[in-house]
Design a binder for this molecule. Structure first.
Ligand SMILES: Nc1ncnc2c1ncn2[C@@H]1O[C@H](COP(=O)(O)OP(=O)(O)OP(=O)(O)O)[C@@H](O)[C@H]1O
Ligand SMILES: [Mg+2]
Length: 313
């Protein structure tokens, strides 16, 4: 496919992202004294930055590449939830955020002084059952209008109904890609594709002795979970795709590595977008590997732009 045709296909591609969203917040300050209250430094905050993380970062990666993306998730009815929504809308993500008055929005707050992290403060609460049930109803309604579904599990409880979501998507013939968490993948059974990283894969499949053993464990997991494909992301070793037809490996194309955080979000976001644009899985994988190679060269939870990815030659 010509690059101009691919970009036109992407402009018409529609992806639904659901899962755990979070707000990454950074407070930068100066430390000049020790607190009189306790033996801790006092940071005077000079500036702050924030970024959409988790499933929200998957969605912003899709929007940045020119795709249409809807994000279905639960936040608290608080200031952080409002910030997250504003950030996402400014980046072109269509948000369907449920405000749960019973929880705080998931926030990871870092306090930094002189380039050093002093403290990270996490706010995390599990969404309530009623809100998640409403969200499942909306998921079913939105499905008809999208080409591909991505479920981004960060283990915060937003994907309580992951089984029902996978079943609903499959019933209407939409591919479902899942970024998994935890040590039990049975809720993801029947998904189109899973994207564990090395350590996530190890947690469910055990340690491998060598590459042959790794491949055997990967194919066994794929069959056991009835997946079309398993894509294991392997940091500096690139990524490997397992299907019933066989195995395909792509080494990383990263030139420089500054910050690997969020690379997994870029992988699944780009993969879903390319499938929604009509590409076959091995081609979609090659683009997502390229996108990951670009994003690890940037600081912060960054995204990739079309001019960085769609380069002739
Ligand atoms: N250190 C690295 N060197 C080169 N490429 C990298 C490196 N880390 C990540 N990548 C690229 O990014 C892809 C995804 O990275 P990784 O397997 O670390 O995912 P991840 O652990 O889910 O990421 P995260 O959880 O931080 O979002 C890899 O397949 C590779 O293409
Ligand atoms: Mg990951």
């Amino acid at each position: 496919m010509k690059l101009s045709d691919l970009q036109a296909a992407i402009a018409g591609a529609r992806v639904l992202v659901a899962g755990d969203v979070m707000l990454d917040r950074y407070w930068f300050g100066d430390v000049e004294r020790i607190s009189p209250e306790a033996p801790v430094p006092v940071a005077r905050i000079r500036k702050s930055e924030e970024r959409a993380g988790g499933a929200a970062n998957v969605a912003r990666n899709i929007a940045a590449l020119g795709g249409k993306v809807e994000l279905l998730a639960v936040v608290g009815d608080d200031e952080a939830g409002g910030s997250l929504e504003k950030l996402l809308q400014a980046e072109g993500v269509a948000t369907r955020l449920y405000r749960d008055p019973g929880i705080a929005t998931t926030v990871k707050l870092r306090v930094l002084a002189k380039q050093q992290q002093l403290l990270r403060i996490d706010f995390e609460e599990t969404p309530s059952h009623d809100i998640l049930a409403d969200k499942l109803d909306e998921f079913r309604r939105v499905l008809a209008g999208v080409d591909v579904v991505i479920l981004s599990d960060y283990g915060k409880g937003g994907l309580l109904h992951v089984r029902e979501m996978i079943a609903a998507a499959k019933a209407v013939g939409k591919p479902v890609l899942v970024d998994p968490k935890g040590d039990d993948y049975t809720p993801y059974r029947g998904a189109t594709l899973l994207t564990p990283n090395r350590s996530e894969f190890k947690q469910v499949a055990g340690s491998w002795r060598d590459e042959a053993d790794f491949m055997m464990r990967a194919q066994a997991l794929r069959e056991q979970l009835d997946l079309d494909a398993l894509l294991i992301t392997r940091s500096e070793e690139g990524m490997t795709l397992f299907r019933s037809q066989g195995v395909a490996h792509q080494p990383t194309v990263a030139q420089e590595v500054f910050d690997v955080s969020g690379a997994g979000d870029t992988v699944i976001g780009t993969l879903g977008l390319m499938l929604a644009a009509g590409l076959a899985l091995p081609d979609a994988m090659a683009w997502s590997n390229r996108a990951a190679g670009v994003v690890v060269g940037k600081l912060g939870t960054a995204v990739v732009h079309p001019e960085e990815l769609f380069i002739e030659g």
